[in-house]
Design a protein around this ligand. Structure first.
Ligand code: AMW
Length: 149
């Protein structure tokens, strides 16, 4: 069985947590080490389209995932971000929360991470050669899965 993420079909090997209503996957083009995504299982485009139980599950999963990636990637803080609609920078038409472990000095200007998030998967910057291999992604997902067993 694969997972739907907007127009993408996601292999179970890159998914490291699944609940009744949500799933979490590793990123093919992380902006920082440990940059992962949390999505509702139902492929809706906008945050407003989610039911209350889906919002609750999405944020509970986001909280658990944040704790794990901060620890695993030796972060000391977290950035959570949601680009909700094309003008906000959303490229995949399926609600998702970006979870990014942060550490001192990771960006010269702290808020540059938002600019990077906006651009990293846009056409000019995004091409298959810049994506990680499926093997590397599966390896990371396997390491993260352990925390949820
Ligand atoms: W958005 O700009 O829609 O807020 O973010 C989409 C995110 O999904 C980006 O971080 C991008 O790298 C990631 N992404 C897109 N397609 C895939 C995929 N097939 N597997 C893993 N990550 C993906």
């Amino acid at each position: 069985m694969s997972f739907r993420f907007g127009q993408h079909l996601i292999k179970p090997s890159v998914v490291f947590l699944k609940t009744e209503l949500s799933f979490a996957l590793v990123n093919r083009k992380p902006v920082v080490p440990g940059h992962v995504l949390v999505c509702p299982l139902r492929p809706v485009e906008r945050f407003r389209d989610l039911r209350p139980d889906e919002v609750a599950d999405l944020f509970q999963v986001t909280q658990r995932v944040g704790t794990v990636v901060e620890k695993h990637f030796h972060g000391t803080s977290l950035t959570f971000s949601m680009q909700d609609g094309p003008e906000a920078g959303q490229t995949v038409k399926h609600v998702h929360v970006h979870v990014l472990p942060r550490k001192a000095g990771d960006f010269h200007r702290n808020d540059s991470i938002y600019e990077k998030l906006q651009k990293h998967d846009k056409e000019e910057e995004d091409s298959p050669v810049s994506w990680r291999s499926e093997e590397e992604m599966a390896e990371e997902a396997a390491a993260l899965r352990v925390y949820f067993q």
